[in-house]
Design a protein. Sequence first.
Length: 234
Amino acid sequence: MLLAEFEVFQSRPIAPTRRLALGRRDLPVSPAPGFGGLLLGGVVAGFVDRVDPDLHPDLERLTHQLEQGMRIPQPRLRHRFQTDHVGLNRRVHRLVGDGEQVRFELAELGDTIAAPQVLAALYAAGQLLPGPRAAVMHLLRKALHWRGPVDEALVEYLTGRSGRGSWVHAGVGDPVEWALTVLGLDADDPVRSEVQRAFRDLLRRAHPDHGADTEGAAQRIAELTEARRILLAS
């Protein structure tokens, strides 16, 4: 199941001017950092070790400048960030739910074009709204220091929680807070009957048998089921 996705466009390595642009993005970040933030972190972690080490300090500075909404003069880190992607090569990165795990599907790249992928993740995070932007940038700064495979260990490192278990709430900071939001509950410690009542009502609305759209229904039902499990177990 597709959880997050974004396109990167970059010039060929032999091009005299290295150019970079963002394409279509599906980066859910609510509640932050969300699956979108987790995907951006995976892209940074997956390619940063192939970026010139001399550029690493400037990458970290760039995260702070983007988080503050500063204007970034171009080119930056040897690449010009632009909106037009005509004539540029396309790469797609995805985060998918696979069974009970999350899996990163990152485009295969050569060493010479790793930097645009990291920069694209930072610029994509910089275009988020200020609230989730701060949480995602914090996660990306952690990702800049990752040296290892892009797998469950990375999920645990980025979120501070084991990657084992359901993928449904892997991209959120606090599972209980996430579960309350999913079920539309305001109380910090709702009673069992409230959880069950909210679950049944929302499940009915989400189920195609009761008129809900079939697209996205499976993910919505999985979210509701996981939210109920979290709250009843807490």
